[in-house]
Design a binder for this molecule. Sequence first.
Ligand code: XMP
Length: 529
Amino acid sequence: MVPSRPQQFVAVLDFGAQYGQLIARRVRDLHVYSEIVPCDIPADELASMGPAAIILSGGPASVYADDAPDMDAAVFELGVPVLGFCYGQQIMAAKLGGLVGHTDKGEYGPAQLGRAGRSRLLEGTPAVQTVWMSHRDAVKVVPEGFSIIASTDVCPVAAMECAERNLYATQFHPEVRHTANGTTMLENFLFEICGLQRTWTMEGVIEEKVGEIRAQVGDARVILGLSGGVDSSVVAALVHRAIGDQLTCVFVNHGMLRKGEPELVEQVFRDQFDVPLVHVHTEERYARLLAGVTDPEEKRRRIGTEFWKVFFEEAQRLDGVRFMAQGTIYPDIIESGARKTGGKASTIKSHHNLIPFPEGVHFDLIEPLDHFFKDEVRALGLALGLPEAMVYRQPFPGPGLAIRIIGEVTPEKLGILKEADAIVREELDDYNQRLFEETGERNSEHSCWQYFAVLPDIRSVGVMGDERTYRRPVIVRAVESSDAMTADWAKLPYEVLGRISGRIVSEVEGVNRVVYDVTPKPPATIEWE
Ligand code: XMP
């Protein structure tokens, strides 16, 4: 189902995927709903979506390149205010009769911007200020009716406007934090120039989504697979808010979750929310399935296939289920399309065919989070009353601890890893909490983004008391990252590492050594398998 858009909606025309995402997020941070649309959307199609404002993103191409991302010039005739950044400024100039060319030298990083005259876009910002530049091409001649509102030494047209037509553009990037007054500029555009209101709040969103889900579901029943992860938990809480007992959650417990997680799922959904919850204990079934398997990809394959088998077995036991709710989020949707189109998020493809419905089984999907970014999903979860431990859960692979046990998964190894991992998490949760209290940021520069224990398939010699031991080492992995694409090993204070090591060898039976993984990604990956 296409979500109904809130009345006030900002369309971000995306000329290069990563740029559009960041702008959409900044706009939503200001409590205005925004959505990314392909840059070459026809103007009449865009008009039918009813945007109150349009933002043209940056992009890596040159406007005159053969395969440069293009846009319909009629977008400028819609009477809707437009703001362009970087490539967005250049394409605005090129489409409206201005001239874009190479500058003598590119401009990358911080630059000093000087304002020229008055402009509603730059209102309330200093005469000279730091902005973030990243370009080689630049506007040489502004289109007729436009005036230059700011310059840098290198870039004479650092910002331009045609106030009568409500067209504005900057060569710099107001959406990045390094542009000191970027937020003020965005606020000026959204609230002063376009007259929007800050209506995109979590309470408003919940009310709207609840209405949509009720309308879609009627009195049918809905099933949802809980994994213990953030997205499925938030969908469960949201759908339950909308339709109460018409929702049944199925929690497939494969035994490879971390210590305390199955209990948390039970406690939150059964005890706190009172959701009809089927807890399927498949620990033994999975233990048999994984016996003797050492290849990581084979582990992944078996675990994934079995999950759906169990889930659909349970689903078929329930009567009258027409819908299946899923925790698909906006980046899943954007990425499944954008990667394939070289940056332009134009052919956003559904990934629904990935669900292996068995012969003769089909459910209609409900994906109420499919236009939410991860941090919005978390905010929604908190607003719905989910505990912080669930909402701020660190990323955890679907195959769970099975891919953190090198070699065969056995009950003994699983037991050791769960205990050691619980200690790593406890200590680093504390460490992160201290950083959060100091900096006010959840993912501050030095906080750990993902942290866990790994159990290698070897033993090492040690000495405890008077006795020689021959036991297992445990590897501690802790990384700083923002998106898992790249990561660096966390520079943890020695006393934190020392405490983790001391606790693991004294509290976990069978372990006599602890080592710390000091490899970034690349060349390593975050996980060991
Ligand atoms: P790597 O190890 O490739 O991991 O650096 C990047 C991120 O993806 C997670 N990961 C997985 N998630 N199924 C998942 O759902 C998997 O098979 C899987 N393998 C890795 C990993 O935890 C990290 O956040």
